[in-house]
Design a protein around this ligand. Structure first.
Ligand code: MRU
Length: 349
């Protein structure tokens, strides 16, 4: 893959005549291979197995999965499709537990199905899935503008995990801010955590930035403290998988440590997430379900075992950053400095 300055961001999730076309993120950066999901079950498996990942992208994929479900269930039994459809949506919801965008998108699809008669349901659900996708891209572009305005020209920034076009409907959340700020000439350099164990930073963020000609330097996750202590970045910019009503933020494991480090070293900490990532039904971060994945993800690196047989591992893939450590929360409805319960309630109107 060559560098192509100014290249358009990749489109990882695409609705086609054949079904839902996903760029298989397990294979990047070595191979750009697309898989096509033709059933809701295949879509749920793609989310569970991380063919597609990132909170907003999971929501968009699940919405298209619901379109595949209505089509298949109506083909089986045009009059009694709703029961099977509901079961398919439950299966999609069970694919991953932390990113609330998944449940938010499926709730929208359920509402539309409930209001549609049998004949109009497939078209109405397809229109809703497309709307969820388009709204996400628009939200990311707006957040890009709002977040970039905080970044002083000439800044270096640190980001974590992958929050780019791969993780969303397009453009990106935190990486969308970085992308916009770069185009505006505000960013000198991006540091990206490699993000063990799945290496979203090394495999995906670096891939997105290199293909667009945006300068990126990877660091081992453990190097973040030294980077911030050396005063080499002005902002840490991250996304979110679920934000509680009080502003606590669940995001990729390691985010909490970065927030503590940023506060300690006087570096500013920005969270970028659409309002679809805010879960007003969860009072604080302690109640956010945190996904634990297979021990093998920690015990191996690049497909090769790195720990001795007999060693175990603990692999929580998200952690919770208390709202008090967040300097700015950027959403498509506006940027909130020092987010708290009142500010979030105001934002959600
Ligand atoms: O396990 P992943 O790769 O789905 O986790 C992704 C993240 O934690 C992102 O930072 C998050 O979804 C927010 S930005 C799109």
């Amino acid at each position: 893959m060559g560098t192509s300055p100014g290249a358009e961001p990749v489109q990882a999730v695409r609705w086609t005549d054949d079904g839902l076309r996903l760029l298989d993120q397990r294979l990047l950066p070595h191979e750009e291979r697309y898989v096509v999901c033709r059933t809701a079950e295949e879509t749920a498996a793609a989310i569970r197995d991380m063919v597609v990942r990132g909170a907003p992208a999971i929501g968009v994929a699940a919405a298209y999965g619901a379109v595949l479900a209505v089509r298949a269930r109506q083909a089986q039994d045009p009059a009694r499709w709703r029961e099977g459809f509901a079961a398919d949506l439950d299966r999609l919801a069970a694919a991953r537990p932390t990113a609330v965008n998944l449940f938010w998108a499926l709730a929208r699809m359920r509402r539309v199905a409930a209001q549609a008669d049998d004949a109009e349901a497939p078209a109405r659900l397809e229109a809703e899935a497309r709307a969820i996708h388009e709204e996400d891209v628009a939200a990311n572009r707006r957040m890009g503008e709002l977040g970039a305005a905080f970044i002083e020209p000439g800044s270096a920034v640190l980001t974590h995990c992958n929050t780019g076009a791969l993780a969303t409907g397009g453009h990106g959340t935190a990486l969308g801010v970085i992308r916009t700020a770069w185009r505006q000439g505000r960013i000198r350099e991006v540091f990206a955590d490699e993000t063990r164990p799945w290496l979203q930073g090394a495999r995906l963020t670096a891939w997105e930035l290199v293909r667009e000609g945006i300068p990126v330097r990877l660091i081992a996750d453990a190097a973040a403290a030294a980077l911030l202590a050396a005063g080499r970045v002005r902002w840490v910019v991250v996304g979110a998988d679920r934000i509680a009503a009080n502003g606590d933020v669940a995001n990729k494991i390691g985010t909490y440590g970065l927030a503590v480090l940023a506060r300690h070293h006087g570096v500013r900490f920005m969270v970028v997430a659409p309002t679809s990532t805010i879960d007003p039904g969860i009072a604080d971060g302690g109640a956010i379900p945190i996904e634990t994945r297979a021990a093998d993800e920690v015990l191996t690196a690049a497909g090769r075992r790195v720990a001795p047989q007999g060693a175990g591992a603990w692999n929580p893939v998200f952690d919770v950053t208390p709202a008090g450590l967040v300097d700015v929360l950027v959403t498509e409805r506006g940027a909130l400095e020092r987010p708290d319960r009142e500010g979030i309630a105001r934002l959600l109107g």
